[in-house]
Write a protein that binds this ligand. Structure first.
Ligand code: SAH
Length: 257
């Protein structure tokens, strides 16, 4: 359990005051790693003012141009959302999710993503996550202020850390490191390319195929060895395909691949 391995990632934040409020919420609970993906207005006096004595968290905040940059080295990514989306993803409340994050934080880089004040996280951003986290609210009004949502999540991490107990550790004894986001994205690109060459994925009508495959692999959480095996299978599969990308005729209708 190591809070230094858990980063808070704010995506496209509009109001600098919220960034300051987040820094303060984090510092109160003992978190210090803040990533800002394309903040609209930052640095800004309002951020500094709202941060109060958490100015050091702001000063060390990492600003990135893309979400992928902010989470490239992470093995475990959680996306927060005020409402459910069209494709259901594994969804936990802050308490259950804090246990998973702290467990992973012993040996992995963990990120919690928070969305825009007006629109939250996009479906594409949520698809990059292993788990989704929802803070239970009144059905009438489910959207918390950004800094308050961060506060709730950091508070649950703090409570578990102080209690010094985790329900059950799934990851501690694993023999190979879990795959990073960056390597997972390379795998998805390879998989998509191969499925298109096979004719299994039709770019004109992709439906939700890649989303469903992302969900499948996110649920399992691949380690680096498993990822290499799958990449190897894709590479060998591609060797059966002619250069124009269309499956060759007379090969048992593609059954070989
Ligand atoms: N209207 C947006 C809400 C944005 S609130 C939407 O429908 O998604 C800004 C951010 O605060 C969200 O992207 C999320 O990161 C966090 N947040 C707000 N309410 C939340 C809740 N009930 N559960 C989890 N995260 C929440």
């Amino acid at each position: 359990m190591n809070l230094d391995n858990i980063r808070i990632v704010l995506v496209n934040t509009s109001h600098p005051g919220n960034i300051g409020g987040v820094a303060r919420a984090m510092k109160n609970m003992g978190l210090s790693r803040l990533y800002l993906v394309e903040p609209r207005q930052y640095p800004d006096e309002q951020a500094t003012w709202r941060a109060a004595t958490a100015g050091d968290v702001l000063e060390r905040a990492v600003v990135t141009a893309t979400l992928d940059e902010a989470i490239a080295d992470c093995q475990f990514v959680v996306g927060t959302s005020a409402r459910s989306r069209n494709i259901p993803w594994p969804l936990l409340d802050p308490r259950a999710c804090a246990a998973r994050m702290l467990d992973a934080s012993a040996s992995e880089q963990v990120a919690v993503l928070f969305g825009r004040e007006d629109r939250g996280l996009t479906n594409d951003e949520l698809r990059r996550c292993n788990l989704h986290l929802n803070i239970p609210t009144s059905a009438d009004y489910s959207s918390l202020n950004l800094a308050m949502a961060v506060q709730v999540v950091c508070y649950e991490l703090r409570m578990l850390l102080d209690a010094d107990r985790l329900p059950s550790s799934q990851d501690a004894e694993w023999d190979t490191p879990f795959a990073t986001r960056e390597n997972m994205e390379r795998f998805y690109a390879h998989l998509e390319e191969t499925l298109m060459a096979l004719g299994f994925l039709d770019p004109a009508a992709p439906r939700q195929l890649m989303t469903r495959l992302r969900r499948l692999y996110s649920r399992v959480r691949l380690d680096e060895m498993e990822l290499n095996i799958l990449r190897g299978i894709l590479t060998e599969t591609q060797k059966f395909l002619p250069r124009d990308g269309r499956p060759a005729a007379g090969r048992g209708d593609g059954e070989v691949v």
